[in-house]
Every structure is written in C-alpha cells, then in structure tokens.
Write a protein that binds this ligand. Structure first.
Ligand code: KG4
Ligand code: ZN
Length: 339
C-alpha cells in the first residue's frame, strides 16, 4: 500500500514548526524555528510578538520541511495542523497557512490537538533508525508541558480519559517560575536541570503535594517553599545556593510525577506508560521513570519532547486514516481539551 504522507504545521506557542511524517511514524523532516531568544528578553512568551514571529517564519519553515523531506506538495496526502490549545494569535497563523495549502493542493485538512500531538511524539522515528516499539493500549499518558500537567488513560488511539490534572501551576510553569526565582535564564526547565547537576537534591526538604485520593497535582506550594528559602538567603545577604535549590526542587517535582503515575498505572491496570510534553525532556525525570517503573515506559526522543510539528504529523495520520477530516471553515480552539 502507498504510504500516507502528512505535512504538519505547529504554531500554538512560540515555535514555528513544520514537518513531513509518513504513516504516523517515519519522520521525513522536522523544522523548528524557535523564538526563544526573542522571548527571553521578557522572561516569558509575549503573545503579540509570538504571533508576528510566526507570520515571518511560517512560509520558509514549511518550504524547508518539504525540501528536507524531498517531497512536493502534490506528494502530500493531507495537511495536519494544531488548532488548540494555545495562544489564539499564534494558532491562527498556522491554521491559515494549513487551510491555504490544503485548499490550493486539494488535500484534506486534519485538525490536531496540541496535547495529543505531544503524546504521539512517542510513535515517531527517523529513517535509518530501528523503529522503537509502538506504544500499546491501554496506556497511561502523563502529559507535562509548560501549560498543562495531566494524567490520561488511553484505551485506544485518540481515546482519552482525563484522570486528573494540576490544580494550579503546570509542571513546566513551575520550572519556569522557580528558574526566575533563582535568577536562571529563561526557560527555567533546561536551566534548572543544568544547575541541578552540580547540586545536592537532599539539602532542602521541599514539600511533595500528593493529593491522596485524587489523580490531581499541585505545584504552587512547592514554588512558594522555594520562594521562602530564597528570601531567607536574601534577608541575610548571603549568596543563593542555586544549584542545591534547583536540585532539591527538581527532586520534589520528579518524585511526585513518578510516584503518582506509577500508582495510577497499577490502579487502572494499564499495559504501558507514556510520558510526554516539554518537561519529559528532563534527564532526572527520564532516569527516575526508567529505573522505578515496572511497566514499559515510552518517552519521545529529546528533540521531540518540546514543541515540534513531527508530533502533529503523527497524531494527524491517526486522525486522517480514521476519516477525521476538518472542514475548511474550522476556527482555532485555544482551550481545546483532550477529554
Ligand atoms: O511542551 P512544551 O515545549 O510547550 C508547551 O506546550 O507548553 O513545554 C515547554 C516547557 C517549559 O515550561 C520548559 O521549561 C519545560 O517544558 N522544559 C523542561 C525541560 N525542557 C523544557 N523542564 C524540565 N527539564 C527540561 N529539561
Ligand atoms: Zn507543547
């Protein structure tokens, strides 16, 4: 059978991305134009600026994705695009580009949820690589990004039951805010990981919100606990032990995420665990899952943990082969939830 090739576009936040993916798994190209340097000046994503940057980057990024995959638009079977959740002014740039290409090339448009994209990153591999084992259902998916932290039970493709979510900050948001408290560069996740490598994770006993009896998370108390420690040092004019604070904070986040996910996996009798979203790039977290889980754990390759379009191409394929085609009148869905 002829392979199905998806051209995918992602502009939900601050990365302009396009990719070509074959049969939901084989990545023929993946191009990401990061705006990180632009937003670092503001210490976070500036929505108006993000939208303008997407307008500048979208066409060259799509061209590059097609060129790197050595395919023309005529050789594409469908155009998949992130419709939400995300920043409205950012989403609309990708969606309009996708609509134009779908209409111009006479190909179907597939609307993809950004969070399911993160999950489907675990299906993707590159040419020349031995394909990693395909995740098996029922599957417990821990989704940890800058805007979301939730546990989803997947009984089949594209079938999500949200068991719980964060009651306050997302895991990535907590990393970013604590990074700022410690005076580390934006984004906080990678900066904290780096600082933590030199630090003692036992030095500060930060709280672990377990929220027993629910599958929810909470990180605001932990963030406040770090703030109080920082203030203690500032009051007496002593230098911040940033590495120890970062390591102790990271250990608290990792403990809660791993513990709760493993407990849910046992409770719901899943076959496997999948961890995805920007925070799944965290080395300590990856190691903790690999060493503590008695279930097979799928975590996307590092380059596909943070925002990219290959993951949208993978999820888009599974929608496309199920006939889930979007109408060209579809609008952005900034608050689209998985379930
Ligand atoms: O999935 P993502 O790229 O964008 C959203 O959909 O939000 O996630 C971005 C988040 C940021 O909060 C960033 O600090 C965090 O992922 N992140 C990390 C690491 N790399 C990125 N957090 C912890 N450790 C990392 N290595
Ligand atoms: Zn994301």
């Amino acid at each position: 059978m002829k392979p199905a090739r998806i051209l995918a576009i992602e502009t939900s936040c601050d990365e302009t991305a396009a990719a070509v993916v074959e049969n939901g798994r084989l990545m023929l190209s993946s191009v990401v134009a990061s705006q990180m340097d632009v937003h670092a000046r503001y210490g976070g994503v500036y929505p108006e600026v993000a939208s303008r940057q997407h307008v500048l980057s979208i066409t060259p990024v799509i061209r590059q994705a097609l060129a790197q995959a050595h395919v023309t638009l005529e050789e594409i079977d469908a155009v998949a695009v992130t419709c939400g959740p995300g920043l409205p002014g950012s989403l609309v740039v990708g969606l309009n580009a996708a609509k134009g290409l779908a209409l111009g090339a006479g190909r179907p448009l597939v609307a993809v949820n950004h969070l399911e994209g993160h999950i489907y990153a675990a299906w993707v591999y590159e040419a020349g690589e031995i394909p990693p084992a395909e995740p098996q259902f029922p599957l417990l998916a821990l989704l940890i990004s800058g805007g979301h932290t939730e546990l989803n039970l997947m009984t089949d493709h594209l079938t999500y039951r949200r068991l719980g979510a964060t009651l306050d900050d997302a895991a990535g948001e907590a990393f970013d805010k604590v990074g700022r408290l410690l005076g580390l560069p934006y984004p906080g996740g990678p900066s904290i990981q780096k600082a933590a490598e030199e630090g003692d994770p036992q030095r500060f006993k930060f709280p672990r919100a377990r929220l027993e009896g629910t599958w929810n998370f909470s990180f605001s108390g932990l963030k406040t606990a770090v703030l109080y420690e920082v203030q203690k040092f500032q009051k007496v004019d002593r230098p911040l032990p940033a590495a120890d604070l970062a390591a102790s904070f990271q250990a608290a986040v990792v403990d809660v995420l791993v513990e709760k996910t493993l407990k849910a996996a046992h409770t719901f009798g899943v076959k496997e665990i999948l961890v995805a979203g920007g925070v799944s790039a965290n080395r300590a977290l990856r190691q903790a899952f690999r060493s503590q889980s008695d279930f097979p754990v799928h975590i996307p390759r590092l380059s596909l943990c943070t925002d990219n379009a290959a993951m949208i191409g993978a999820a888009g394929y599974f929608r496309f082969v199920r006939g889930q085609i979007a109408d060209l009148s579809i609008d952005v869905q900034p608050t689209w939830t998985l379930s």
